[in-house]
Design a protein around this ligand. Structure first.
Ligand code: C5P
Length: 231
């Protein structure tokens, strides 16, 4: 399976995001997160789509099933390509997300991905704050399986978890992996990083790359070098 690049469009407003995208002649897959979406609203989706780019709208929904279903109906009607939810919302909530997406879709239903455990969750936090005694890796694998059973298309996970998730959920279950750094580039605040080629070897479906591209002197060249590494 091919590994595709998703560029994390982590900019404070449309001005910076559009200036960045206007450097690219070819369509790219971008991830729009809470910062940009909550600042600009649905307009930003139209702006990016008009330029021919695909969108992973990373809003990580987590609420009662009925609310998530209605919200997903509205997100699907924006014509985005990937959306996500927290697996911690449970199977009913995840199944409701799919129902909402089906109802609101324009042509194809957006893919729906689960967040298992945030990388900011530590084993101590899980035990002491959330009162969950099960080991972190085990909860992440269990959440992935639960997402698959609820009808979701994949998970966001670390490159280091890809193999385990493929074994549990199958090769076709999508694995979207952030924490990617080309050899020699700055880690920034990421802790466990992996190169694009390692992500491909492990079987990542999509790698999410932000600063190594967005902060590069020549973002198009940085993007193309990563694309070459994935071939
Ligand atoms: O700039 P960088 O490549 O570190 O950006 C990675 C992107 O992936 C950011 O948008 C970040 O919020 C997101 N992300 C992450 N780790 C996760 C989930 C999402 O870095 N576990």
């Amino acid at each position: 399976m091919n590994t595709e690049i998703i560029v994390a469009l982590d900019f404070p407003s449309r001005k910076e995001a559009v200036a960045f995208l206007d450097r690219f002649q070819q369509p790219v897959y971008v991830k729009i997160g809470m910062e940009l979406f909550y600042k600009e609203g649905p307009d930003i989706i139209n702006i990016v789509k008009e330029r021919g780019h695909k969108i992973f709208l990373d809003l990580k929904l987590h609420d009662i099933p009925n609310t998530v279903k209605s919200a997903m109906r509205n997100l699907a009607s924006l014509g985005v390509d990937i959306v996500n939810v927290h697996a911690a919302g449970g199977k009913k909530m995840m199944a409701a997300a799919i129902e909402g997406l089906e109802e609101g879709k324009i042509d194809k239903r957006p893919l729906c991905i689960a967040v298992t455990q945030l990388t900011s969750t530590s084993p101590e936090m899980l035990k002491d704050e959330l009162l969950i005694e099960t080991e972190l890796a085990k909860t992440a694998a269990h959440y992935a399986l639960m997402a698959k059973e609820a009808g979701l298309d994949g998970v966001v996970c670390s490159v280091h978890e890809v193999r385990k998730i493929s074994e549990a959920c199958g090769e076709d279950f999508l694995k979207i992996t952030p924490g990617i750094r080309p050899a020699g580039s700055a880690k920034n605040d990421q802790v466990r990083v992996a190169t694009p080629s390692f992500a491909r070897e492990q079987g990542s479906s999509f790698i999410v790359v932000g600063r190594p591209i967005t902060q590069a002197g020549d973002p198009v060249k940085a993007y193309e070098e990563i694309a070459k590494e994935l071939l």
